[in-house]
Design a protein around this ligand. Structure first.
Ligand code: URA
Length: 247
């Protein structure tokens, strides 16, 4: 059942989120049937992701998945976006960054984190000796909310399976949640950023590191040292991942 949180925003409960996820899976199954992609573009049936307890074959690649979903109109943002912002980077990345949603520059370019926040993200990466070639970058929402408003819960619930599929394909060691929307979406919890920031949390055999969104650091430069601390921790997780036998 939907409710109103009192601040004019709709809350959806887990049942509704599960219903939206089931709708998505049905949609994806039908959509895949109608796609002009060869059957071989789906991996063998045993290569599956599990979403809401339902097994689905994984798309063959990120590119194939992008082609499947980039005309999405499953929520109203499909009508207002300029470009669908799927994600960019190394398809075998050990680190995936998850932001909130495309902003103006990303909506125009179709590439995540190309505006001022993105430039800061690039710099923070460079400071730990990494670049976009080492990582993958995407968002919870693939389409820009008008005027950069916060994502609506129904938009998040509709778009989240896309993110989960991307993560299933990339299989990163570390997922960095940039800000509270990414953390709340992925970890399925509502906790203040103060409690989450700088922490490594387990998620489906992966590590999730939560840090403030680069836009937050731009507004609060005196907290940038916290971000730098988190990125140093990220670098040590990356080094461990590279050294591990499965690395
Ligand atoms: N902020 C985000 O969360 N994502 C982007 O892609 C750009 C800015």
């Amino acid at each position: 059942m939907s409710g109103d949180s009192g601040n004019g925003k709709k809350n959806i409960n887990r049942d509704e989120a599960a219903r939206l996820t089931r709708n998505y899976l049905e949609f994806l199954a039908n959509f895949e049937d109608s796609l002009p992609l060869p059957a071989s573009s789906l991996k063998r049936q045993s290569d599956t992701r599990v979403l809401a307890g339902v097994k689905q074959p994984l798309p063959e690649s990120l590119e194939a998945f992008d082609r499947q979903i980039n005309k999405c109109k499953r929520c109203p943002l499909g009508a207002t976006r300029t470009k669908f912002v799927f994600g960019v980077g190394n398809p075998h990345a050990r680190i995936v960054f998850v932001g909130e949603a495309p902003g103006h520059d990303e909506d125009i370019s179709g590439i995540p984190f190309v505006g001022r926040a993105g430039q800061l993200l690039d710099k923070m990466l460079a400071d730990i000796g990494l670049s976009r070639q080492h990582v993958y970058i995407c968002n919870v929402l693939k389409c820009r909310p008008p005027n950069n408003r916060d994502p609506e819960p129904t938009e998040v619930a509709t778009c989240k399976p896309y993110l989960l599929t991307q993560l299933s394909l990339i299989k990163p060691h570390v997922i960095v949640c940039l800000g509270r929307h990414a953390a709340a979406t992925l970890l399925d919890l509502e906790a203040p950023m103060k409690e989450l920031r700088g922490r490594i949390l387990p998620w489906n055999d992966r590590q999730v590191l939560v840090t403030y969104h680069p836009a937050y650091y731009l507004r609060n430069m005196n907290f940038l040292n916290l971000g730098e601390q988190d990125f140093r921790l990220l670098r040590s997780l990356y080094d461990k991942a590279v050294q591990s036998p499965s690395g």
